[in-house]
Design a protein around this ligand. Structure first.
Ligand code: TXA
Ligand code: MG
Length: 340
C-alpha cells in the first residue's frame, strides 16, 4: 500500500550515469561523452521532462534504424525530432506564423508540432511523409546534450513498442539495457506522460495526442478551435499513440469509476486517483489529494511497478472530470486497458 513519490531532480546536472561501468564519469563529462556517442551514430536513453527517450542523431539514417530495431518499432511509425533552439528547429521544418506562436508560448516544453519537413530529414525519421514532428524539450540535461551534440535528436519513448513509457532511467535499463549504448540519468520525469502532439498541416488543426499542454491553452494561443478527436485510422495511424491498444501493461488492466463495480472476490491490485480514507493492503494511489498533475506524473511508473507483481490483474480508477487537465490521463488509461 503505497504511492510513488518521485524525486524532482530535473534542474540538476548532477545525476548522470551510464549502463556500462567504464562510462561512469562526472556528470558534465557524461553529457559531453553522450553528445560524442550520438555524433558517432550510437543510440541510448535520454531524460526529458515528459518520459525518457531513445535518442539518435536524427540526420543519420543508420543510427535512426537502430532505434526501430531496439524498440521493435514498425518503420511506418515516424519519430519526433528534438531541437534546442529555433535555428535548429527551422533547419528541420518550415514554421508558419501559427507554429511560431505556439513555439513562443510553449517551447521549451512538452509540445510537439507536426510541420512540413525540410529535405535534410531522412525518410526513415518521417516514415516517408512530407511532415516532421518537432519538439524543443525543457529538461536541462537534454537541452545541454542537444546543444553539445549540435545535432537534432530523433527520440521515441524508450520502451519496447506498445509498452508503457519509461519515466525513470532504471525503466530504460530494465527493458532496453542490452540493446543500447548508454543511458543518461536525469532523474524522474516531471510530467510523466508523453508530449501533446498538434498537427498544424491540416485544416482544421488536429490534436493527435493529448498531453501535458492542454488543448484549450493551444486554442487560446491560436485563436481558433482545433479538432480534439480526429478520426482514428488504424491502418495508417497518424500517431500510434492513436492506436486503440498502446501503452499496455502485461497484466489485465480494468478501469472503474465506482468501487462497487469491482467484484467482491477480486484479489488483485486496486489503484485510486487519490489516497482512500481507509486503504487496504492491495490499495495503491496515484496522488495524495487527487491532483491531475500528480496523477499524470505517477501513472506510468505505478502501472509499471504493479505490472511486475500483479498475478490477478489490476483495477484502476478512471477520472470522471471533463476538465482538459485530465485528457492525457484518460487517454492513456483507455489505451492501456484496451486489448487488441
Ligand atoms: O514526450 C514525448 O513526445 C516523448 C519524448 C521522448 O520526447 N516522445 C515520444 O515519442 O512520445 P513516440 O515516438 O513514442 O511518440 C511520437 C508520436 C508517435 O505516435 C508518432 O506516430 C507521432 O508522434 N508522429 C511522429 N511524426 C509524425 C508525423 N510526421 N505525423 C504524425 N504523427 C507523427
Ligand atoms: Mg511511445
Amino acid at each position: 500500500m503505497t504511492s510513488f513519490p518521485l524525486k524532482p531532480s530535473q534542474d540538476s546536472l548532477e545525476t548522470a550515469c551510464f549502463v556500462s561501468e567504464e562510462c561512469k564519469v562526472s556528470s558534465t563529462d557524461n553529457i559531453n561523452k553522450v553528445a560524442h556517442l550520438i555524433s558517432e551514430g550510437k543510440i541510448g536513453g535520454v531524460p526529458t521532462e515528459t518520459v525518457y527517450g531513445l535518442a539518435a542523431n536524427a540526420l543519420n539514417e543508420d543510427a535512426v534504424r537502430k532505434i526501430f530495431q531496439a524498440k521493435s518499432r514498425p518503420f511506418i511509425d515516424p519519430l519526433i525530432v528534438h531541437v534546442c533552439d529555433m535555428q535548429m528547429a527551422e533547419s528541420v521544418a518550415d514554421f508558419s506564423d501559427d507554429a511560431r506562436k505556439l513555439a513562443n508560448a510553449f517551447w521549451p516544453g512538452p509540445l510537439t508540432m507536426i510541420l512540413p519537413r525540410k529535405k535534410c530529414v531522412p525518410d526513415i525519421v518521417t516514415a516517408g511523409m512530407d511532415t516532421v514532428a518537432v519538439r524543443m524539450p525543457s529538461h536541462k540535461m537534454m537541452r545541454e546534450l542537444i546543444k553539445k551534440a549540435n545535432l537534432p535528436i530523433a527520440a521515441p519513448s524508450a520502451n519496447p513498442f506498445g509498452y508503457v513509457s519509461p519515466t525513470k532511467a532504471e525503466h530504460v535499463i530494465e527493458q532496453l539495457g542490452d540493446k543500447i549504448d548508454f543511458v543518461l540519468d536525469g532523474g524522474d520525469c516531471e510530467c510523466g506522460v508523453e508530449s501533446t502532439i498538434v498537427m498544424l498541416t491540416s485544416t482544421p488543426k488536429k490534436l493527435l495526442r493529448p498531453g501535458p499542454i492542454k488543448a484549450s491553452d493551444i486554442e487560446d494561443v491560436l485563436g481558433e478551435e482545433i479538432d480534439r478527436n480526429p478520426k482514428k485510422n488504424e491502418a495508417h495511424p497518424q500517431a500510434p499513440g492513436m492506436l486503440k491498444s498502446h501503452y499496455s501493461p502485461k497484466a489485465k488492466l480494468t478501469l472503474f469509476e465506482d468501487i462497487a463495480e469491482i467484484p467482491a472476490d477480486f484479489s488483485g491490485e486496486i489503484v485510486f486517483l487519490k489516497r482512500p480514507d481507509n486503504p487496504l493492503k492491495n490499495h495503491y494511489w496515484l496522488s495524495e489529494s487527487g491532483d491531475a498533475k500528480d496523477v499524470q506524473k505517477n501513472l506510468f511508473s505505478l502501472i509499471r511497478s504493479l505490472d511486475k507483481i500483479s498475478k490477478n490483474g489490476i483495477y484502476c480508477q478512471k477520472p470522471t472530470s471533463s476538465d482538459d487537465s485530465w485528457l492525457a490521463v484518460i487517454d492513456r488509461l483507455g489505451r492501456a486497458s484496451a486489448k487488441s
